[in-house]
Design a protein around this ligand. Sequence first.
Ligand code: FE
Ligand code: FE
Ligand code: ZN
Length: 306
Amino acid sequence: MLRGGRHHRATRKDSVTIREAHTAPLCVGCHLSTSEGYAAMGRRALSLGATTFAFFTRNPRGGNAKALDADDVLALRALLYDNGFGKLVAHAPYTMNLCSAKPETVDFARRAMAGDLERMESLPGNYYNFHPGSHVKQGADRGIELICAGLDEALEQGQSTTVLLETMAGKGSEVGRTFEELARIIDGVHHDELLGVCLDTCHVWDGGYDVAGDLEGVLAEFDRVIGLDRLKALHLNDSKNPCGAHKDRHEKLGQGHIGLAAFERIVNDARLRDLPMILETPNELEGYRNEIALLRSFAGEGPDCG
Ligand code: FE
Ligand code: FE
Ligand code: ZN
């Protein structure tokens, strides 16, 4: 492929880069607990065969953030670098609702996000994923307006973290069930270059997008409405419910309504295979180890790869 302004050598180097990217191990992992510290979390990920992982930036159901231990964070950074980890996908607390009807809840959400993003700079260049919010009877328009205002306040030009809007199942008054709502949020934020999307397979399925029967159609729709360049990470979960149920109950891979074939297609899709993939299935560590190995086997990787 010819690209304007590039000399011959750069073009040859590009093609090598593309080939290497295509054979790189999957960047796959699961949600892990921070309770034993950051470096311990990295060691746990390694022991599971993971090359990325997710963690809560603070108490998911409360709101407090433990002070970071600088040495512990540096030890994790060294481990990630030494072992070729991909980008991590940190998760904001569930209590964070940027579009609540209660001003004090909105205020907490804005301060929590700004605080989390400041802390994330100690692990530079990773992702911070959050649930856009629930508009609680105010309507999606007002919800989107509040989410945009909150992001405008929390996002800081020059930050190294990309903030990801998670696709939602549409339970209750959740904003972000449709790609259109996510696109409206992105369009309404001043520093939209700091935003991306994390696609949760259980959530989009429950939201009515048939990722099992028509992955091609769902990706085409995502590309048309949001643009695939915004898709930065995946949450790989099966679902306990049929497509369109608006429930949000995760299931182990292959034991729900989405089914294993869909996950095999996802890890082999050239548009998806290089994205960080996070399991949030109802599993203990051993179950995660098995699912990580299963996904790697789908991608043609040996058990020791990654
Ligand atoms: Fe989530
Ligand atoms: Fe998720
Ligand atoms: Zn969920």
